[in-house]
Design a protein around this ligand. Structure first.
Ligand SMILES: Cc1cc2nc3c(=O)[nH]c(=O)nc-3n(C[C@H](O)[C@H](O)[C@H](O)COP(=O)(O)OP(=O)(O)OC[C@H]3O[C@@H](n4cnc5c(N)ncnc54)[C@H](O)[C@@H]3O)c2cc1C
Length: 335
């Protein structure tokens, strides 16, 4: 067994039976020919920033190191770039901005690899991966073939995709193609970004690079750095409830924030619900709820996956009791 503590951002002491670096799609085919995928338990990891290991992993970790960037199409207004799935997401953002391509500046500083971005359709500050996603290539571990998937086939939703359902644990994404714009236009609908722009002394139209700078600053001021404090970002997804339920809750909790969607439902910030249940900043032994963002569960050093899961269950229970709302993990729990 080998330690994989350094391969996931929660930083719990976890061991796995083996560790295999994947540098090219051919490495996957070689493993397939040896019967690896049918005979072994395995898990592909990118940056390990959205996983929580319950226990030791009785199988092999495949570490995604597939790199590469290739401009596939270039028009007057946009460009399609194919990235190797092991490219670090924030480096993809930086590279895009440095080359005059915009569309993903609001997603600056999200940890992890681009290959994991479609799994939960990463999103932040009003932009989601699906807004720029063109297609991906994936290695099918059952057939040994490489398949291309277009946007509709990925069935992107809020922190969701087909890779969390029917295709869970089957496909290994080897490349992702994004359609980025060249128009230099950027969206800053969020109050925090606007305030930061004001502080920079900037007026609209804002530049994508300035939005990226603001997003980085805001994220660094609010979210714990996993290099210092183990965490996986938001532990829970924001729940979506019926408007009738929301209106009822508003009677008892008039300041409850809610964002109606176009299906007559309302998205409620899980962090608000958790904070009002009194968990924010609370420490339970080696684990706890972050002092600035109740949605983020943290490992102070020696916390175990079991302890974090136990805390997450207590939070779920408290939210259910107080608001009759179920909240579910965004983080992939392994084991
Ligand atoms: C501080 C912090 C802030 C964060 N902020 C955000 C945010 O604003 N928005 C957001 O959406 N997320 C956020 N996250 C979550 C996380 O960064 C994203 O989900 C990211 O896409 C995970 O990438 P990863 O490479 O680390 O994936 P991993 O954690 O390595 O993997 C996550 C899951 O995807 C699977 N997987 C990974 N790569 C592939 C692949 N190539 N093919 C098939 N399956 C694969 C894994 O098996 C696992 O099940 C945050 C995390 C942290 C720690």
């Amino acid at each position: 067994m080998i330690s994989i503590k350094g391969l996931h951002t929660f930083g719990c002491e976890v061991q796995a039976e083996g560790l295999i670096e994947i540098n090219t799609p051919e490495d996957l085919f070689t493993l397939y020919q040896k019967g690896f995928f049918s005979e072994n338990k395995w898990l592909l990891l990118g940056g390990g920033s959205n996983v929580l290991f319950k226990n030791d992993f009785n199988g092999s970790i495949l570490l995604n190191c597939i790199k590469g960037k290739e401009i596939r199409e270039s028009g007057q207004d946009s460009v399609v770039v194919r990235f190797g799935s092991g490219e670090v997401w924030h480096e993809v953002v930086r590279w895009s901005l440095n080359n005059g391509f915009n569309g993903i500046e609001n997603l600056s500083l999200i940890p992890g690899t681009i290959g994991a971005a479609p799994i939960q359709n990463i999103g932040a500050y009003g932009v989601e991966l699906k807004d720029v996603f063109r297609s991906l290539q994936a290695f099918d571990t059952i057939t040994g073939e490489v398949v291309s998937m277009q946007k509709e086939e990925c069935r992107f939703g809020y922190r969701d995709s087909v890779f969390k359902h029917e295709l869970k644990g089957r496909m290994i994404i080897i490349s992702v193609s994004l359609e980025l714009r060249k128009d230099g236009l950027t969206s800053v609908g969020y109050g925090d970004i606007l305030k930061t722009m004001e502080r920079y002394g900037l007026r609209p139209p804002y530049k994508p690079a300035d939005v990226s700078k603001a997003v980085i600053e805001i994220r660094q001021s609010k979210l714990p750095d996993p290099a210092i404090l183990g965490n996986a970002g938001s532990f829970f997804k924001n729940p979506v409830i019926s408007s009738a339920h929301f209106e009822k809750l508003k009677v008892d909790f008039p300041d409850l924030p809610g964002y109606p969607d176009n299906r007559g439902e309302v998205k409620v910030p899980a962090g608000w619900l958790i904070e009002r249940c009194g968990f924010k900043g609370k420490r339970y032994g080696s684990v706890g709820c972050h002092e600035k963002q109740a949605l983020v569960l943290v490992n102070y050093g020696n916390g175990t996956g079991e302890e974090i899961i136990q805390l997450s269950r207590e939070i779920q229970e408290a939210v259910r009791l107080k608001y009759k709302v179920d909240i579910y993990p965004e983080v992939n729990i392994i084991g």
